[in-house]
Design a protein around this ligand. Structure first.
Ligand code: GLN
Length: 264
């Protein structure tokens, strides 16, 4: 029985939200001009713009659930949102050093991360899933032993899979980490890895964009996404939590999610 990583079977419920497309999204450009003709204070968001539908590029503009949610939070705080795109693994350090005010990147709350940053209240659920090639002999997570697993560097999928078998992982030697989920998926397509362990919504986006891949239907790890904020900035945590509560209560957050994750 796996100890640390307690996988549970989850029926992915179709959201009973009004179906809508991705058109007409007010987009937040990267690095919006801070201080240019505005007296607004800047709210710097660190993210990794390769994690659809939470943050990704539509042309050269970063869009997605996190981007629009962060914009809505900034609006509530009367601040100017500025986006800094970086490797996922650099986000916590950016928040700790004050280079960024908050990390908004489909980031899972973990005990280890809580030692370095604070987290806001959760705004979404993430599920770690397994992508395989159609026709793969991997049918469940129990078939992953001895296989080469592709992951995105520094993500929970990486941390869990690279852990020792005693701790529910598969061992570092069985894991190859890539800077982006897209690169991991590319490695799966070319046979460099046998599967990719990644969050469910990006997984769906990658499978939709690539022929011949599928997501295993069984056994997932369920996680909470939240906004990472520096340990000493409890004032911002409170402000962000208040803004998030309002955005949840008035349906704004649901509407943003429904725009990027159409009802199934
Ligand atoms: N939810 C995962 C984590 O926090 C992956 C996030 C991401 O790749 N942006 O580690």
């Amino acid at each position: 029985m796996k100890k640390i990583l307690s996988f549970v079977v989850v029926a992915v419920l179709a959201l009973s939200l009004a179906a809508c497309g991705n058109s007409g999204a007010p987009a937040q450009g990267e690095g919006s001009a801070a201080g240019e003709g505005t007296s607004k204070e800047t709210l710097v968001m660190a993210t990794n713009g390769a994690f659809p539908p939470y943050e990704y590029y539509d042309g050269d503009v970063m869009v997605g659930i996190d981007v629009e949610m962060a914009q809505a939070v900034a609006d509530k705080l009367g601040m100017e949102l500025q986006i800094e795109d970086m490797d996922f693994g650099a986000i916590i350090a950016a928040v700790q050093s004050g280079k960024a005010d908050m990390g908004v990147a489909g980031m899972t709350v973990t005990e280890e991360r809580l030692e370095n940053v604070n987290f806001s209240d959760s705004y979404a659920t993430g599920i770690q899933v397994v992508i395989v090639k159609e026709g793969s002999d991997i049918a469940t997570i129990d078939d992953l032993e001895g296989k080469m697993i592709g992951v995105q560097e520094s993500t929970t999928g990486h941390i869990y899979c690279a852990d020792t078998p005693e701790n529910g992982g598969y061992g570092e030697e069985n894991v190859t980490a890539y800077t982006t989920g897209a690169n991991a998926v590319e490695a799966l397509k070319t046979g460099k890895v046998d599967c990719v362990v990644i969050d469910n919504e990006p997984a769906k986006a990658f499978v939709a964009a690539n022929e011949g891949l599928k997501i295993l239907e069984t056994e997932f790890a369920v996680e909470d996404y939240a906004i990472a904020i520096a340990k000493d900035n409890t004032e911002l945590v409170e402000k962000v939590n208040k803004a998030l509560a309002e955005l949840k209560a008035d349906g704004t957050l649901d509407a943003i999610v429904a725009k990027y994750i159409p009802a199934e």
